[in-house]
Design a protein around this ligand. Sequence first.
Ligand code: GDP
Length: 304
Amino acid sequence: ESLNKGLEKSKESFFGKLGKALVGKATVDDEVLDNLEEILVSSDVGVTTTLKIIERIQARVARDKYLGTSELDRILKEEIASLLSENNADDVADFDTPADKKPYVIMVVGVNGVGKTTTIGKLSAQFKKKGKRVVLGAADTFRAAAVDQLKLWGERVGVPVVSRGMNTDPSAVAFDAVKEGVDQNADIIIVDTAGRLHTKVNLMAELTKIKRVMQKVIPDAPHEVLLVLDGSTGQNAMIQAKEFTKATEVTALAITKLDGTAKGGVVIGISDEFKIPVKYIGVGEKVDDLQPFNKTEFVDSLFR
Ligand code: GDP
């Protein structure tokens, strides 16, 4: 019974929490703002971004002299949407890549277990559905399971996977994959990398080396460095974002496991703190459970 209760609690929406916090309150005062701050932090929005949102609402209260609590969710929605707008385009690219970059090379980074392989598999399926030719590179050569799993996805989706033996230099696999992609006239090349976070210096050296060898084949590769984060891990995702953005230039985010969790707040915090667009969200384990990030839909879902 306590487990059920726990699940219920974790699934309680942001809007539900907000509603409870406002019971008996007619106007937005300091107490309401304190409650709101707590809700935002407990929803993994992150302290910095939470304070930014609270300050913006405080400024509106000061300007308008009065703010009814019935207005609060509309205003909060507006502020979150405007915050997301600072780093995310209005038009969501629906699994599209720039026509002038062919093959388009995506280097995928992130720690083990966040859903990196699954995301690559789902992405391949979506690109393939759009008639694109995809080649995958299994450069996570430290885990046999990672290579096998990528191969399995390759078979399922029907895209070739370039791999080498265990413990070979990941950059050698990355080189082969990019070369194979060019030879096969691929539209998109997706290279998986090792998810080790041991030391920052090693991570940086490894990712730099992978980039460098890709550039021997395609000078402006990788066109996208996609960091995969597990949205259900809250502040851990935030820490990983910090580590990876220090190690390499991350250009887009995929945030997974947003199904069955009310922790969507992490999307707001990470996008704001790291100034990186959220490109995809993972909402389940199946092949179709990857969506292009749509900020309007996302904000709406927080308040449902
Ligand atoms: P990797 O180690 O980062 O490559 O992680 P995997 O791709 O192997 O994924 C780890 C686990 O998370 C697997 O059981 C996946 O099915 C699961 N997973 C990945 N993405 C999602 C998602 O969006 N939602 C849910 N519920 N599970 C996911």
